[in-house]
Write a protein that binds this ligand. Sequence first.
Ligand code: GLN
Length: 286
Amino acid sequence: MTEHARNATPDSVDIAGALAWARARIDLMDARVLLRHVLQCPAARLVAWPEQRLGSEDWASYRDLVERRVAGEPVAYLTGEREFFGREFLVTPAVLIPRPDTELLVELALAHAAGRKGMRVLDMGTGSGALAITLALELDEADVTALDRSREALWVAMANAARLGASVSFVQSDWFSALGDERFDLIVANPPYIAAADPHLEQGDVRFEPPGALAAGPSGLDDLEEIVMRAPSRLENDGWLFLEHGYDQAAAVRGLLADAGFAAIASWKDIAGIERVSGGRWLGRD
Ligand code: GLN
């Protein structure tokens, strides 16, 4: 077969042919995920039944998705979902795609809750709702509030809470601005933390994600600083604050926590061995 013949677009294909066509253009894993999405089938079908023919509509949809992937769109936006902490979340371009790194925040929150019932939890900048919904489902009888400044993000988060059966109160709020005077036992956030001029914002999947969920001022610390400085007025005594941050921001965030008067300040490493979450305990004003 000539190179041209291998890459030509056939009029009709079976599963093996569709994957071969896609593999010449995109990553094999992505090719499989997108085909499963079009056929709405389990992974095993692609392997077990390579000679199954695709209907012409499925083949057209698949070609369209592969071309969009070639143009750079993230797979999660093409399929409309992404797994986080063992559950499928709907995602749209209105929200950041949940990252495996962020599961560290869930694990820390669960470890510090240590079986306590009825905790009041706040997730700031919830996006798809991945953190708030996971905590609502994993903690015992927690009272979880999630806020986001973006109305479009809140629609996605609410749809996820309904689909996954999580009870979460959603509030449209620019950080603490629209909250009442309630206090929380635990505040978590994965805020924007990339420096505005970071070239990484112009590369790969992040180009398609909402800029307001990624960039935070010249050093990337603007939102982290605002949250740390104002969190004490929202935390119960002995409450915890955990924040995800950039790979090189742990020392700066620990400094912010110290300036704000937090105790038991620490940073924790993500699956790649990078200090990714920092936090501390609020012991009260006096
Ligand atoms: N971890 C994301 C990235 O590096 C950024 C997430 C965020 O800004 N909260 O692409």
